[in-house]
Ligand binder design. Structure first.
Ligand code: UFG
Length: 338
């Protein structure tokens, strides 16, 4: 079964390509290398033991995308390709709206034209904003987005809903990810932030290895037990497996179908807890300092994951310590090619 994975050389995409191949699917990668590296393709092939078809193509290029639909007998799509830096989206909103929405519209057009019916869409817990009730479940109404990036995920979900409402014969699941971290246990693939990382865990591992001098912890005056923000950190391999489950579930669906599913662990950990756990698994003392809050951060969010378990039969298996140990092992190998 050929599955097109857009953004398949990126952080979550590459791990999902591995998970798909391990479950007997044939992933086909399309990636424009705007935030990923070509050598990841060889690393994926090393892990799964076979070659993977790859197109260096931008999903916004409708003609080039159409060629991929013509050349392959696609039976499903997992759409990761998108920009994801919250701060950059505030500075350059049009870049985000153009890239993240046109690519989705192109895919939906081609899916209808070529009768490719199954789609798994990358969404985010950002659609909830600061939910009043935690853990947050899928019936929680979405709040106005904090950033253009977040808005592209909300609008993306609305586009999907409208297309399904129009009686398109499409079956869609939007997975709302919480905070993906970690790396493949082989340390052959992992997160590759360009420049200064925005996210906590790559900043931690880069500080531990000496690439950054000190970790800035944004705020210690939040109304949480230790004053730092709380997030639901999920191992990227668990997240990757959720995509395979979503695709398998969609194979059982017919007609016009859409659903939204949280993918997290169900457990919240504070920034300080992440630092302490990292110190335990790495045996390294992490230099950090408290600095003022980062604008746009919500105080706390973690997932109610009962729907994922009930609908997809999926549940996170790996712990925070597993994820941090894998992220650290990956960071230590990155040096060999940088
Ligand atoms: N943090 C620090 N120091 C850093 C980086 C992060 O203290 O150097 C803190 C943040 O303030 C936050 C927590 O660590 O409290 C997690 O921050 P991340 O940037 O790792 O993750 P976010 O929760 O901000 O972002 C994630 C995704 C986004 C998504 C967002 C929705 O990366 O794509 O969740 O809430 F939009």
């Amino acid at each position: 079964m050929q599955i097109l994975v857009t953004g398949g050389l990126g952080f979550i995409g590459s791990h999902t390509v591995v998970a798909l191949a391990e479950q007997g699917f044939t992933p086909i990668i399309v990636d424009n290398l705007s935030n990923s590296e070509f050598f990841i393709k060889e690393r994926i092939e090393q892990i799964i033991g076979k070659a993977v078809k790859f197109y260096e193509t931008d999903c916004n290029d409708l003609q080039a995308m159409e060629k991929i639909f013509q050349e392959n007998a696609l039976q499903g799509i997992i759409h990761f390709a998108a920009y994801k830096a919250v701060g950059e989206s505030v500075a350059e909103p049009l870049k985000y709206y153009e890239n993240n929405l046109f690519s989705l519209i192109n895919l939906l057009k081609l899916m209808q034209k070529y009768a490719v019916q199954k789609l798994v869409f990358s969404s985010s817990c950002t659609v909830y904003g600061q939910a009043e009730k935690l853990p947050v479940d899928e019936s929680t109404p979405t709040l106005p987005a904090f950033s253009p990036y977040g808005n592209t995920k909300q609008i993306g979900e609305e586009i999907l809903q409208d297309v399904v409402r129009s009686n398109a014969d499409l079956q869609i699941i939007s997975l709302r990810y919480f905070n993906p971290i970690g790396a493949h246990p082989s340390a052959l693939i992992g997160e590759l932030p360009r420049g200064v990382p925005n996210n906590l865990v790559p900043y931690i591992t880069q500080t531990a290895i000496g690439k950054r001098s000190i970790l800035n912890v944004f705020g210690n005056d939040y109304p949480t037990p230790d004053g730092t923000c709380i997030r639901d950190f999920i191992h990227v391999c668990d997240l990757a497996e959720a995509h395979v489950k979503a695709l398998e579930f969609l194979q059982q669906q017919n007609g016009s179908f859409i659903d939204f599913i949280n993918i997290g662990t169900g457990k919240g950990n504070s920034v300080l807890e992440v630092i302490k756990t990292f110190e335990q698994v790495s045996g390294k003392k992490l230099p950090y300092q408290f600095v003022p809050r980062r604008s746009g951060d919500v105080t706390a969010i973690y997932a109610d994951v009962s729907k994922a378990e009930k609908v997809l039969g999926w549940k996170a298996k790996r712990t925070l310590a597993d994820a941090l140990a894998d992220a650290w092992r990956w960071e230590q190998t990155i040096r060999t090619y940088q």
